[in-house]
Design a protein around this ligand. Structure first.
Ligand code: CP
Length: 302
């Protein structure tokens, strides 16, 4: 993967995905190694983030690399009107790799075409979030012992949730059964359903999942993405449609695990947090190991 950008999960072959997961397992056992000594990584966050930015920065620090960048575009020359084109031209002169989050779909692909160094898409609008997907795959494989033949429930905002778009594309490689649970207004977009149809894969859409919850291997909860709504009244209508509560988990499979890319608002009640099936905080920790593996892979470091 040396000198390649990671913009979409489909930029990686299945062998490359599995190699990242295997390397991440190595970093989980031994996370502090000076493999990025002498490297400068730029983290450009044009949108808010806690986990993605800080887990990348933790990963870089543990590997001995240095970080430049911003967590608020308002403190950069973007606030003076500098274009994304010029920002990327400049920052690629100052760094060995760029990690970028941006609100516009397609911005990461555009940046990768301008940049002289690899670009990692840390989320581009409602489009994709491939490094989240790699940590999700790591978490699924770790908890289920396999990626094959799983029944995945994706719940909540399937329209604007970039994490479910990337994860659906990735899991389509392992004969997954997909159950999409959302209100009408937040259904999985047609282009992603077409992606599955073209592969001959089945998916099922539901408004409610209480009657079928016992079938799930993974329940992937998502937040309704308030920041993507142009009309606040539309957000108010759907914001509390799904709230997962501990009492709902009584008849679930013993090995079922609940994932969430976080941040959570109120779609998982806090009474779920102490249930052994809740895995979302461990999932976020897995982001450090997975991002260590991704950085080393794109920089060609063994
Ligand atoms: N999962 C995720 O992308 O979280 P942040 O928005 O906090 O980075």
């Amino acid at each position: 993967m040396k000198n390649r950008s990671l913009v979409s999960i489909d930029d990686l072959s299945t062998d490359e995905v599995l190699k990242v997961l295997d390397d991440a397992a190595g970093f989980e056992k031994d996370p502090v190694r000076k493999l990025l000594e002498g490297k400068v990584i730029a983290t450009l966050f044009f949108e808010p983030s806690t986990r993605t930015r800080l887990s990348f920065e933790s990963a870089i620090n543990r590997l001995g690399g240095k970080i430049v960048g911003f967590s608020d575009a308002g403190v950069s020359s973007v606030s003076k009107g500098e274009t994304l084109h010029d920002t990327i031209r400049m920052v690629s002169n100052y760094s060995d790799l760029i990690v970028m989050r941006h609100p516009i779909e397609g911005s990461a692909r555009y940046a990768s075409e301008i940049s002289s160094v690899p670009v990692i898409n840390a989320g581009d609008g409602a489009n994709q979030h491939p490094t989240q997907t790699l940590l999700d795959l790591y978490s699924i494989r770790k908890t289920q012992g396999t990626l094959d033949n799983l029944n995945i429930f994706m719940v909540g905002d399937l329209k604007y949730g970039r994490t479910v778009h990337s994860l659906m594309m990735a899991m389509s490689r392992w004969n997954t059964t997909f159950n999409f649970i959302s209100p009408e207004e937040l259904k999985m977009p047609e282009e992603f359903k077409l992606y599955l149809e073209n592969l001959g894969l089945k998916y099922y859409e539901h408004l409610d999942f209480t009657e079928i919850i016992s079938r799930a291997d993974i329940i992937y909860m998502t937040r309704v993405q308030k920041e993507r709504f142009s009309d606040p009244i539309e957000y108010e209508k759907v914001k509390n449609v799904y709230v997962l509560k501990n009492a709902m988990l009584a008849n679930t499979k013993p090995n079922m695990r609940i994932l969430h890319p976080l941040p959570r608002v109120n779609e998982i009640h806090t009474d779920v947090d102490t249930n052994p099936k809740a895995y979302y905080f461990e999932q976020a920790l897995n982001g450090v190991y997975t991002r260590q593996a991704i950085l080393c892979s794109l920089l060609g470091i063994k």
